[in-house]
Design a protein around this ligand. Structure first.
Ligand code: GLA
Length: 676
């Protein structure tokens, strides 16, 4: 008792004299801000993200934290602070870039306590004052204001805490999860032949046909096909089907694969018509690993690795060059210097890409397909030559080189969009009345038409971050897929914010038309500075499971020459990939939210249904799934664990329970089919 009284006296003294001795100020820059997770660059103490003195709207600041959207810093206050104040804004180093827009958010114990509203380059600093009485856990967040993270340099200037007794606070970038070592779920493929990949393939009449039968099993293996339509031939040694179909129609073929240990067969539908990409494209893209440093050698090595790693045997097909194969408008890098176009206006690649046709041939000779990148504006996002005023010529050039895929990125088109609407050639596109969102649609319609005019099937991938609800009109401009969001990063915040917010676009996905939540961030990624993905193993299982449920294009974003066992294991699970490649083409939506648990369901062509049970919480969740009839299931259901490729239970939809343990930030992925 005496002890308690003494303690109370000390506390009373501390509090009564707080203003004089115990209350203090802790500057944000005195804390370990380096644990912040941010979308680009590194956190800086008292400097901007680019390392300049902090400056907002012309005003300079000595103290602060320079970061970049999307940014989160968790601070464990434990009730030790009474007030937070700061002056926030976009750092002047972005030079009034029209692309930079951010929102600063202060969250206490999960609730938003203050929001800056959208702030842009050049805006005067906004004062942020937040009462923190009783707050245990604080998050300082900078969002990209929903328009991508380009030039989003954000400063928490003069940021400080008023405290009682506390002398410092611990920080983390994201709430700490108990570390889990990488663990492999995908069972090894059998040594006997197994034909993997999609069950359907679309081609346009007259276009060169190229399809490689993806099959696992010991080599040598020989291939054959029954009922192959006239015009196509199969190489029995490689499993490559080539040729061309002149007539429209649907052909059901039986594919066979044989090795010394056994044989396999599979029904396969070839649909010759207007639509290609009847299942979401699968492949690799250079951006998330090499960004502006990409070279033809990187691309060839990625193609080689796609074959050597065996990923080609699981349906991975495209090898896509992103930005920086062209010359640059003003880079200091001499390898990007050179003419933008030749005397006839044909685009000239930079010195790192000396032979574009040779590169496409190299990729094709491996049984893969080749992809390229451009923008409808004068410059690409990275500042290289783009297709403005050369759309038709570029479409012809890509076809002549032999490319099979074009990612077309809005970027600098904003600077010419108004002008293009009144350009008489383009005005004809609409007839009398331009449709709603005509300005957003126009450049894609123009390029879509020119791509369709080539005697080559080129997947058309729209990249404009979801503007003007692209999912509603992307298909009408011959788009095969369209980005629905800004750029992904390898953080839980970025991946989960994107992945778990796709429902509004979902009804528009169908064979030939896919919503694209951006490329995969597993393996060694880093936009020029490689590091292992910052997603935990369970977050990576979530990422792949969710993207497959969403029928998303699957583009590996890592350095293919450094695939570790865990990454490879994530990318070669044929049952998981089959959900993505399902020929019905229905995108999963969220059918249930319960606390931290999200349940996603996807209808499948064979009448089965895939369920992703995700846990957004930071501790494992024990959870019981019982509402089966509510989700269209009746009778006895066979439950298959898709990652483990194992049947785990039979439940009666009427009264069955599925008790689950879902790892922190992780997933349980099941397929339910009516039991025989
Ligand atoms: C944008 C796109 C990225 C990448 C870069 C290239 O940011 O969204 O995927 O293509 O441009 O500069």
């Amino acid at each position: 008792m005496k002890f308690r009284i003494a303690l109370a006296l000390v506390w009373a003294f501390a509090v009564s004299t707080a203003g004089l001795v115990s209350a203090g100020t802790i500057w944000l820059d005195e804390l370990d801000i380096h644990s912040a997770v941010q979308g680009w660059g590194k956190p800086h103490r008292n400097k901007s993200v680019d390392g300049h003195p902090l400056s907002i709207g012309g005003q300079q600041f000595k103290h602060g934290f320079g970061t970049h959207a999307e940014s989160t810093l968790h601070i464990e206050l434990d009730g030790g602070a009474t007030r937070f104040s700061a002056s926030v804004g976009v750092d002047d180093e972005v030079n009034k870039s029209p692309n930079s827009s951010v929102e600063f958010i202060v969250r206490g114990d999960g609730k938003a306590l203050w929001k800056s509203g959208v702030m842009r380059a050049g805006d005067a600093a906004k004062d942020c004052e937040v009462d923190l009485t009783g707050v245990k856990s604080l998050v300082l967040e900078v969002s990209d204001a929903d328009d991508g993270i380009d030039h989003d340099h954000a400063d928490w200037a003069d940021a400080k805490f008023e405290t009682v007794l506390a002398t410092t606070f611990a920080t983390t970038g994201e709430p700490a999860l108990v570390p889990v070592a990488p663990y492999l779920l995908t069972p090894p493929a059998p040594v006997t032949p197994r034909i993997n990949g999609a069950n359907v393939f679309g081609v346009r009449p007259g276009s060169p046909f190229m399809f490689m039968i993806p099959a696992t099993g010991e080599r040598p293996m020989t291939f054959s096909a029954q009922n192959l339509p006239q015009g196509l031939k199969l190489d029995p040694q490689t499993g490559r089907i080539t040729g061309a179909l002149s007539a429209r129609g649907e052909f059901t073929v039986t594919l066979h694969a044989k090795n010394s240990l056994g044989a396999a067969e599979k029904k396969f539908r070839i649909v010759c018509g207007d639509q290609i990409a009847l299942t979401p494209p699968m492949g690799w893209n250079s951006w998330n690993c090499f960004a502006g440093a990409v070279s033809a050698e990187h691309v060839k090595s990625a193609a080689d690795a796609m074959v050597k790693s065996g990923l080609i045997n699981h349906g991975w097909t495209y090898i896509n060059v992103d930005d920086f194969w062209q010359n640059h408008r003003d880079s200091r890098d001499p390898t990007l210097h050179g003419p933008f176009r030749d005397a006839q206006g044909v685009i000239v690649p930079n010195s790192r890409f000396p032979d574009m046709k040779g590169l496409a041939d190299y990729i094709h000779n491996l049984g893969l397909k080749a992809g390229l990148y451009s923008s409808p504006g004068p410059w690409t996002c990275g500042g290289c030559t783009a297709s403005w005023k050369h759309e038709q010529q570029d479409a012809q050039t890509y076809a002549k080189w032999g490319f099979d895929y074009l990612k077309y990125d809005w970027c600098s088109y904003g600077s010419v969009a108004d002008k293009e609407m009144t350009n008489p050639t383009n005005a004809k596109v609409w007839g009398e009345t331009p449709p709603k969102n005509a300005q957003a649609i126009l450049p894609y319609r123009v390029m879509g038409t020119f791509l369709r005019g080539q005697n080559r099937d080129m997947v058309f991938s729209l990249c404009q971050y979801g503007m003007a609800s692209v999912w509603q009109w992307g298909g009408s401009v011959s788009g095969n897929c369209w980005r629905t969001t800004g750029d992904i990063r390898d953080t839980w915040k970025s991946m989960s914010d994107i992945g778990f917010n796709q429902d509004q676009a979902a009804p528009y996905a169908k064979p030939g038309n896919w919503n694209d939540p951006d490329m995969l961030v597993v393996g060694q990624v880093g936009w020029g500075e490689l590091h292992p993905s910052r997603l935990t193993p369970d977050e990576q299982y979530t990422h792949i499971s969710l993207w497959c449920l969403l029928s998303a294009p699957l583009l590996i974003g890592c350095d293919m020459t450094q695939l570790d066992d865990f990454t490879l294991n994530l990318l070669c699970n044929d049952e998981v990939l089959a959900l993505d490649q399902d020929e019905l083409g229905k995108e999963a939506t969220c059918i249930l939210k319960d606390g931290d648990v999200r349940v996603y369901a996807k209808e499948l062509a064979d009448g089965g249904r895939a369920f992703g049970f995700f846990n957004l919480g930071v501790t494992p969740a024990n959870w019981n799934f019982k509402a089966l009839p509510q989700f269209g299931l009746a009778g006895k259901q066979l439950v298959r664990d898709v990652w483990r490729q194992k049947d785990v239970a039979t439940v009666d939809a009427a009264d069955g329970n599925l008790p689950l343990t879902i790892p922190a930030h992780g997933v349980v992925l099941y397929k339910l089919t009516a039991a025989k």
